[in-house]
Design a protein around this ligand. Structure first.
Ligand code: ATP
Ligand code: MG
Length: 154
């Protein structure tokens, strides 16, 4: 469906802010005005829920999660950045594989099956987008994804 992307993301973060039990702050860096995308909202909600849940799961007390939305030409780019444990460089390419979990994270006994990011990648690519990650060990993780803007607005 044609969706106001900034509003859409805002309401997902609102929901996390209302239900969070950890001491974590969400910082929104959103553009002014509206950007429309043609997406399956239920599927994209699942994608963003997983990325934010991961960010929270691996964040320290008092951590900040920054969500930045920027237009990049014909695309809209979303960045979700945390200050958590991070992912070692050699493991980074594998986090989008099914059932992959980084060892150290697993040993912390945090729940999960290792499917969230694999599903996210499938869904983002099915909507004509791309997803990738950057991380510094012990300094945090940043997930980026881009989605094409609704062609009617180009
Ligand atoms: P599920 O999402 O199925 O409940 P999961 O969260 O373990 O399980 P993914 O979301 O696919 O699985 O993430 C894969 C792995 O990537 C995680 O187990 C974790 O090791 C690592 N990872 C993902 N996001 C982060 C993050 N923000 N910080 C640190 N490690 C992360
Ligand atoms: Mg997950």
């Amino acid at each position: 469906e044609r969706t106001d992307y900034v509003l859409f993301c805002g309401s997902i973060i609102d929901r996390f802010e209302m239900s969070k039990k950890q001491n974590i702050d969400f910082v929104r860096q959103f553009p002014k005005g509206s950007f429309y995308v043609q997406i399956d909202r239920d599927k994209l909600t699942q994608v963003i829920d997983n990325i934010i849940s991961n960010a929270m799961k691996y964040s320290p007390e008092g951590g900040i999660i920054t969500i930045r939305i920027t237009r990049r030409g014909r695309n809209i780019r979303t960045m979700i950045k945390d200050q958590g444990v991070g992912i070692p460089k050699e493991n980074l390419p594998k986090i989008f594989n099914r059932f992959y979990r980084v060892d150290r994270a697993r040993s912390r006994k945090l729940g999960g099956t290792g499917l969230g990011l694999a599903i996210a990648k499938e869904m983002i690519e099915a909507q004509g987008g791309e997803i990738w990650a950057e991380s510094d060990w012990n300094r945090g993780t940043t997930i980026y994804f881009v989605l094409p803007l609704d062609r009617r607005d180009l």
